[in-house]
Design a binder for this molecule. Structure first.
Ligand code: GLN
Length: 535
């Protein structure tokens, strides 16, 4: 049978957090830059059906795709590197696999059979892996297996990889194993033993890795490479050094230097085609490494202890900084610690302030105090999702005189529900996957700040929320200087608010950070930084 799509599996060993997502995205970037159509998929071994129900402290940000999947934050890296959208099919969890198998069983699909991990769960994993490949849209699918080899939860995934490789042959499916070569300072040496053990664990499951990518703080000399190759049973040129770098955006170039893409292509019996075209990427790197300006931006939110909770916002600022040849010093400010008394002290040194997305009432008053401060002091301001809703609440309370105005998320019985639950949400009782999710159209008012920023009147952005601006109050806001400048054409939902008399004050109900990529930095972030630079 002719194999149309080729598969690359990326597993991890020795320890978590080695950066499988970044390695996968970097390899994909190189293959894309050589002219291949590539996508990346993440298989997560946890039992949650999706990470939408996970607290950001547990698992970092929840990334939302165009088609409304709530996914792992690695999908954000994939999109930022490849500049191609991902979808529902790009993130599969153990929860999703079991949900499908159990539904099949209840429907009677396996009638008479005992439903087991092998073959039923592994078959469903294989089916999910091949959905992307059989779409005809890709030449290569890279599948990253979450977790670390040896974890109980990952066993069925590794078994599925073994079977796919056996069925398709080594030319059509390869395995890259990411490991760590630690440096023992007492011995003054790099140590290969953890890698050997980790490969042995993989071998116990019947999988021989084809390529080893070795994370290291020090260069690997020829002797170390040979030792790893010999004891792990791979070619010497398939031992790839992945040395620590100052930015994740360096990794594709580091992998290019190590010829990871060439080794992969030769194993898959694919032509190397052209040398990778990475001109735009290199220019971007040049800009982040040699900025001409610098700005200080405050991110006011409540999940500040874990930087991954605001991953996409963080990256969007890096893209926007590069576009302005400006270094963005992003500082997280805990909203719970902001009070009327200290707000000016806490925020006076910033050139711009962003109020972050979030859920629930904790830290809300600090966000409102922040917004009052930036509104009155004309500091460039950008509010996202809950941050936009807070703009509305603050304006209602302090400009429209609606004392105690609130969102019904925080106060169900508020006298002034300026933010209220969307009607389609009112009968929703299940938490998972039930918010307003994914991409929706929005029309911008000509002449507004938003219109100037985007340079067009029709946009589409991604959402993740249950509450909305309450249109009953529209006139009160418009009359007093807060304009609704972005409206969903089908539902009339307000997507953007602005203050006309302020140099830069914009709140958006959607999540622009999710669409910012290296090659297409998001225009609101770009213009926000530009304005902050003027300050
Ligand atoms: N909690 C708010 C809502 O559900 C905002 C959500 C968010 O910031 N993503 O509408």
């Amino acid at each position: 049978m002719e194999q149309k799509c080729k598969y690359i599996f990326v597993t991890g060993g020795v320890t978590s957090s080695l950066g499988k997502g970044i390695i996968s995205a970097s390899l994909a970037k190189l293959l894309q830059a050589r002219g291949y159509r590539v996508t990346i998929q993440k298989l997560d071994p946890y039992i949650n059906v999706d990470p939408g129900t996970l607290n950001p402290y547990e698992h970092g940000e929840c990334y939302v795709t165009e088609d409304g999947a709530e996914t792992d934050l690695d999908l954000g890296h994939y999109e930022r590197f490849l500049n191609v959208p991902t979808s529902q099919a790009n993130n599969v969890t153990t929860g999703k696999i079991y949900q499908t198998v159990i539904q099949n069983e209840r429907r009677g699909d396996y009638l008479g059979k005992t439903v087991q991990v092998v073959p039923h769960i592994t078959d469903e994993i294989k089916r999910r892996i091949q959905i992307l490949g059989s779409s005809g849209n890709y030449d290569i699918v890279i599948t990253e297996i979450g977790g670390t080899v040896g974890d109980i939860e990952s066993l069925p995934f590794i078994e599925a990889v073994r079977q796919i490789q056996w069925e398709m042959g080594d030319d059509n499916a390869i395995v890259i194993h990411l490991t760590l070569i630690p440096f023992l300072s007492a011995a003054g040496e790099l140590k290969t033993k953890p890698t050997q053990h980790s490969v042995r664990l993989l071998l116990e499951s019947g999988v021989q890795p084809d390529i080893l990518v070795c994370r290291t703080e020090h260069p690997l000399n020829a002797e170390i490479r040979r030792k790893v190759a010999l004891f792990c049973n791979v070619n010497v040129n398939a031992v790839i050094e992945s040395i620590d770098v100052s930015t994740i955006y360096d990794v594709p170039l580091v992998m290019l230097k190590e010829k990871l893409d060439k080794v992969v292509l030769s194993k898959l019996k694919l032509a190397a085609k052209q040398e990778p075209d990475l001109e735009q990427w290199k220019e971007f790197l040049q800009h982040i490494k040699h900025p001409k300006n610098e700005v200080n931006i405050a991110l006011v939110g409540k999940y500040v202890e874990l930087p991954d909770a605001y991953k996409s916002i963080n990256e969007a600022f890096i893209h926007a900084g590069a576009a302005n040849e400006c270094k963005v010093n992003l500082k997280y400010v805990h909203s719970e610690l902001i009070t009327d008394e200290n707000v000016s002290d806490k925020l006076k040194d910033f050139d711009g302030v962003l109020v972050a997305p979030g859920f629930g009432g904790r830290g809300i008053e600090g966000k409102l105090t922040t917004i009052r401060y930036v509104r009155e002091n004309k500091v460039p301001f950008f509010g996202i999702c809950l941050g936009m809703q807070c703009c509305v609440i603050e304006f209602a309370r302090n400009v429209l005189g609606m004392k105690d105005a609130h969102s019904t998320e925080m106060d169900e019985n508020t006298k002034f529900p300026v933010i209220s639950m969307m009607s389609e949400q009112k009968n929703v009782t299940m938490k998972g996957g039930t918010m307003r999710l994914g991409s929706y159209d929005c029309n911008l008012t000509k002449g507004s700040l938003a219109y100037k920023i985007y340079g067009k009147s029709k946009i589409s952005e991604r959402h993740r929320h249950r509450y909305e601006f309450n249109n009953q109050y529209q006139k009160d806001f418009e009359k007093n200087g807060m304009s609704l400048t972005g409206i969903n054409p089908e539902t009339d939902l307000c997507e953007i608010v602005e203050i006309n008399s302020h140099p830069f004050f914009i709140g958006v109900q959607f999540h622009p950070e999710l669409k910012s990529t290296v090659e297409a930095p998001h225009p609101i972030f770009v213009k926000f930084i530009k304005k902050a630079m003027e300050k």
